[in-house]
Each structure stands twice: as C-alpha cells, then as structure tokens.
Design a protein around this ligand. Structure first.
Ligand code: UDX
Length: 437
C-alpha cells in the first residue's frame, strides 16, 4: 500500500520505517528539515535500539523516503498522523497545535476513499472533530483513531508486533470500510496473532489515556508503598515481589524508585485530568492528581536521602549521578526524574557530575548549568556519593570492589532498587535503596 506518515519523531520515524519493512511504500513527512535530512541518510535523529539498522535495511529497498513537502502525501491511500501533543505551557491540557496543523495541511492532498489514521495521544473528542474536517474536504475519505502503545527503547518491536491494535471508527462497526484497509496495513501483525478491537472514536482515544493512567497509577502505588515501607522499616522490593505473584496484580510496573518521567506518562495524566474537567467529569480523575503528587515527591525524597547519605550536608559534596535519560535504552530526557534530581542537588550546593551512555547531548541542552562527563570512570573518580538514577545495564553491572578505590567515599544511593545491597555492603559501601531498610 502507499502510505504517508506525517510527523517523524519517536512515533512517526519508527512507524514509517516499520511500515516500509512490512512491504508498504512509505513517505515520511515532517516540518523539521534537519530531521528529514538525517532520516533520508538512514540516520536516526534519536537513540532507539534497532532503528538505525532498520532504516538502512529499508532504504536499500527504495520503499521509504522522507520529505518536508506535504504534497508528497498525495497518492497515498493511508495517511498516519504521528505528531506530538506536548503539555501546554503553564497548563495541564494537551497542546493540539501540531495535530491540527498536520490534518489541515493534509486536507488538500486527500483523494476519494483515503483513510486518515490518527496515532497521536489526544484528548477524547479530537477524532470526531477532525473527522468532520476530513469529511468536509473529501466526503468519501474516513478518519480512524488508532492509538499507539509503543515504549521507547522497544519501539521497533512494539510497532512490528503490537500487543493489541485498536481501530476507532465513526460508527464503531466492524463493517466500516476503513477496517478492511487497516487490516491490510497491519496484515503481518494480525497474522502473527496481535488481537484487534474495533471501537467508536471516543473509546479508542480513551483506551490510550486510560492505559497510560493505569501504568502511572501502578508506579505511584508502589512508590506510595515505598514511603510506608521506609517509615515501617519494611522492604518494598520484596513487597512488590509478593503482591506481584497474585496474577490479578502482576509484578510488572511495580518497581519503586525515583518515579516516572518521559514524554508520555506525566503529560498524559495531566491532559486527561484537564479534559475530564472540560467534560464535567473531573471528580472521576482527582486520584490522578495524587498519582502525580506521589511521583513528584520521589524527586525531593531522593534529594533529602542524598543529604542524609552525605552526613546531613550537601554543600560542596561531589555527587555523581549515573543516568540522565528518563529510562534506559533511550536518549530522551523529557521530564527525566534523574536530571531533575541532579539539578535540585546542584541548587542546594552539591558539586554534581552527570554521566549517561546516550543522553548527555540532550541533557546538556536542557540543563546547560550541570556538569557532564561521558567517561564512566572519570565521572565516578573522587565522588563523595554515587546516585544510580537510570538503570542502564552498565550501571547494573558495576562492581563494588573494583570501584571502591576510585571514589572518595563508598556511598551509593540506588534510586532504582536494582543493585544487590548485600554485595555492596560486603564491599564496604554504605548502600541506600528507596523504600528498603
Ligand atoms: C509509556 C507507555 O508504557 C507506552 O505504552 C506508551 O505508548 C507511551 O508511554 P514510555 O514513556 O516509553 O512508554 O516509558 P515506560 O516504559 O512506560 O516508563 C515510563 C516511566 O516509568 C520511566 O521513567 C520508567 O523509569 C518509570 N517506571 C516504569 C518506574 O518507575 N517503575 C516501573 O515499574 C516501570
């Protein structure tokens, strides 16, 4: 099929490459010339495992091209809208400027029977509003909402083998003409067993926001338990293991630590609360305010714990922060709890060095006042305390015996509860986890 993908960020670039991999003819369109120039040379504009080799593979087939020219969408049967919906400045709601501009820009290039497929995370009600615009331009074209559930760091496999496909169509019916077209687009995933659900427009939009709210709630739940564990002298990691054995609860997303960040969960729960308020259903989501508050409290808690670890003083303490990205296998620092903690520590007088295998360029752009060191050994050397804040494999693998000689003081705060506490203590380190004795 001929497909256009509008917006070539995390979602769109991966989606375009994966659609070409599946055999479709794809054009990726974005207003950012630098991004398009890089993608055209099979360079990924951000770090995502497997993306660059996928771009190279599909580039050789000639099935994938990139451009800044929206008219290139003309001739495609299916048009995916993959632009961002960031949080509005100073407000909780989502900024719809990019989605609206993408759809308006696409309208002149629509042909009869075309399918416009929204993938961005949007406030409920957006799909029906945009469907009216599409119909007004080309009355035989359709708008479908097909939310994307990919996780950064696993984006390629999540796109090629999604755990579910949701098609939100205007009448919510299996017989809607867009359903057969999307089944063709996703034929490979469907034949490999990915389940698919056909819903109406608002349900499909809510599936995404509800899923992300649930995940955020799970993380904040276990972080709230971590607070209680700390007060009671209990161990939240064992608590999570034990409650996670109940398969109604499940162990996934019960890792207590410095909390969630990134470009999705924080802004999605806020946009959801804002939208529920507009709909007069704000009471239904007041618990998300608490989810957000618990999450933000983790950051100040780590600053306080660092002060404790350093003998009740931060001023002049040399602190090395291991990890800047909001999660491992990503160079994304949007709302990264690690960086926000590093910045707070520096404000309180600590001498902070941040290291990360992939995210330092983005981190330096966001927090230019922090000191960065790409070399792990140099970053650690002479530190008064280490803070493990993003669980990259190389930090999981750190050897407490080998490191003992390079730091000034053997103190480590494990913000992700991933190190073997007994091993670090045996090597003479003062070890602190979060929500652990
Ligand atoms: C999320 C959703 O998982 C994905 O389905 C959606 O499409 C986009 O938003 P992503 O932002 O890539 O994906 O990250 P995710 O893996 O969900 O992690 C989010 C944050 O939660 C990270 O900062 C991570 O470190 C944190 N987290 C995750 C925890 O603190 N504890 C956990 O147990 C799990």
């Amino acid at each position: 099929m001929r497909i256009s993908v509008i917006g070539c960020g995390y979602l769109g670039a991966v989606h375009a490459a994966c659609m070409a991999k599946l055999g479709h003819d794809v054009v990726g369109i974005d207003v950012d010339e630098r991004k398009i120039a890089e993608l055209s040379q099979a360079i990924a504009p951000f770090y995502e495992p497997g993306l660059e080799s996928l771009l190279r593979d599909v580039q050789d087939t000639g099935r994938l091209s990139f451009t800044t020219d929206m008219s290139a969408a003309s001739g495609s049967e299916v048009h995916f809208i993959c632009v961002g919906t960031p949080q509005k400045k100073g407000e909780n709601g989502a900024d719809m400027t990019f989605v609206d501009a993408a759809v308006l820009g696409l309208l002149p290039y629509l042909s009869p029977e075309n399918i416009v497929v929204g993938k961005s995370t949007v406030p409920v009600g957006t799909a029906s509003r945009l469907a009216d615009l599409v119909k007004a331009q080309e009355h035989t074209a359709h708008l479908v909402w097909n939310p994307e559930f990919l996780r950064e760091g696993h984006a390629v496999s999540d796109t090629l083998s999604p755990d579910r496909l949701v098609y939100g169509v205007s009448d919510g019916s299996e017989d809607h003409p867009a359903v057969a077209v999307l089944d063709e687009v996703y034929a490979s995933a469907l034949s490999n067993g990915s389940p698919r659900l056909v819903t109406d427009h608002p349900t499909s939009e809510l599936v995404k926001t509800a899923a992300n709210s649930f995940l955020a709630t799970k993380i904040s739940f276990i972080n709230a338990m971590a607070e209680v564990c700390e007060a009671a002298g209990a161990d939240v990691t064992l608590l999570a293991d034990a409650i996670g054995m109940d398969d109604r609860i499940g162990r996934k997303f019960l890792n207590a630590g410095i909390g969630f960040g990134g470009g999705c969960l924080p802004k999605d729960i806020r946009a959801f609360m804002a939208r529920a308020g507009e709909l007069g259903a704000d009471q239904a989501l007041t618990f998300l305010r608490e989810v957000d508050a618990i999450n933000m409290r983790r950051r100040s808690r780590v600053v306080e714990l660092t002060r404790e670890v350093c003998g009740d003083i931060l001023l002049g303490q040399r602190i090395t922060v291991l990890g800047a990205a909001f999660k491992p296998e990503s160079d994304d620092v949007r709302d990264s709890p690690a960086l926000s903690i590093a910045a707070q520590l520096q404000l309180q007088g600590a001498v902070v060095t941040v290291t990360d295998p992939k995210a330092l360029t983005n981190a330096a752009r966001r927090f230019p006042e922090l000191h960065y060191e790409a070399d792990l050994d140099r970053a650690i050397s002479g530190a008064d305390a280490l803070l493990l804040l993003t669980e990259w494999q190389q930090y999981r693998d750190l050897d407490p015996y080998a490191l003992a000689g390079s730091v000034a003081s053997r103190r480590i705060l494990d913000g992700r509860n991933i190190l073997d506490a007994a091993k670090w203590r045996a090597a003479g380190w003062s070890y602190r986890g979060l929500g652990r004795p």
